[in-house]
Design a protein around this ligand. Structure first.
Ligand SMILES: Cc1cc2nc3c(=O)[nH]c(=O)nc-3n(C[C@H](O)[C@H](O)[C@H](O)COP(=O)(O)O)c2cc1C
Ligand SMILES: O=C(O)C(=O)c1ccccc1
Length: 331
């Protein structure tokens, strides 16, 4: 791993309350998928093309995936993340510890709002209005969580509630309930996606699709794009690594909507592999949390800077272009 990312992870582990470190680091079940998300990149290799007369491109195909409770990592919380994001799209979690309006105000680039549909449609509606009024540019509906993931570390640590003074700020004062409501998980259907799309002019993305048939349905239901993601190994411990699920989704979608690959991306080479395999961009979860815990805004800034620098270098080495024929198995 890049020594800067390793250093930030080590520092985060050292400074965080061990219970909060486990919340950020942990996964569901035996954490097989958590490990496999990173390992999958090691099972693939890139055959660079030569003599193409091309260098790197200006595009940085990375966005910040939504993660909950940034104030557990650093007192500035999501404000620090937003300031560090610069031109990178920040997907702000519905479970942020800073209200979405303040996240958008602190950001200099686009902010998208991650949403868990709520059983009470008035709550969902109010959250959507809140995201729109804040100036969010898209909604990202997480669809891989009909129930909460069972995180053994959190159960062992008895981590169930935020410390006093912290709350999921977006959940305050919704549909007649004062103070923060609990975020609820429930099973929804494609009809709920249609209803959401009809209720807003914002583009609606889905996050947490692994089956190619669901990706095809998503396109049919008019989504703007799809996050191919297993939630960083936090929901179901029998699924493939996110990277291993990507090719079938790429094939099924056939370029009709952009695909974000999220889970286990830790280097410029990982970004290049995901793009060569057909992702339009990648999402980064935990490395942002490590940067934030280690050094606030500056730490997140370093994480993005390292990934940008490595990706540009890899792309230049590959002749400035990435395509599926360049991907081979590492034997
Ligand atoms: C501590 C933590 C909190 C998360 N919270 C959310 C969330 O609120 N909403 C969501 O859609 N995904 C959430 N995720 C999943 C991330 O968006 C993303 O899918 C995952 O972290 C990507 O994998 P990576 O951490 O290996 O980069 C969370 C992940 C972590 C590690
Ligand atoms: O921990 C998570 O992965 C997550 O998605 C979440 C959702 C709601 C509240 C806190 C975290």
């Amino acid at each position: 791993m890049n020594p800067v990312l390793a250093e930030l992870h080590d520092k985060a582990r050292a400074v965080l309350d061990p219970v909060h470190y486990d919340f950020f680091a942990g996964g569901v079940g035996d954490e097989i998928v958590l490990a496999d998300n990173e390992a999958a990149f090691r099972r693939h290799a890139l055959l660079p093309r030569v003599l193409r007369g091309k260098g790197n491109s200006a595009e940085f195909p990375v966005l910040i995936s939504p993660t909950a409770f940034h104030k557990l990592a650093h007192p500035d919380g999501e404000l620090a993340t937003a300031r560090a994001a610069e031109g990178t799209v920040l997907v702000s979690s519905m479970a942020s510890t800073v209200p979405i309006a303040d996240v958008v105000a602190a950001a200099t680039g686009p902010v998208w709002f991650q949403l868990y549909l709520q059983p009470d449609p008035r709550v969902t509606e109010a959250l959507v209005r809140r995201a729109e009024q804040a100036g969010c540019e898209a909604l990202v509906v997480t669809v891989d969580s009909p129930v909460f993931g069972r995180h053994r570390r959190d159960i062992a640590n008895e981590f169930h509630d935020l410390p006093s003074g912290l709350a999921a700020e977006n959940m305050r004062d919704l549909a007649g309930v004062a103070g923060p409501r609990d975020i609820e998980m429930a099973a929804f259907s494609w009809q709920d996606v249609d209803r959401l799309r009809a209720s807003t002019s914002l583009p609606v993305w889905l996050k947490g699709v692994l089956h190619p048939a669901d990706a095809v349905l998503a396109v049919g239901h008019g989504v703007a794009g799809i996050f191919v993601s297993n939630h960083g190994g936090r929901q179901l411990d029998v699924v493939p690594a996110a990277l291993d699920a990507l090719p079938a989704v790429v094939k099924a979608v056939g370029g009709r909507v952009p695909l974000v690959l999220d889970g286990g991306v830790r280097s410029g080479g990982d970004i290049a592999l995901a793009l060569a395999m057909g992702a339009s961009s990648v999402g980064i979860g935990r490395p942002v949390l490590w940067g934030l815990a280690a050094d606030g805004e500056a730490g997140v800034h370093r994480v993005l800077g390292v990934l940008r620098d490595e990706f540009e270098h890899v792309l230049a080495m590959c002749g400035g272009e990435l395509s599926h024929d360049m991907v081979v198995a590492r034997c």
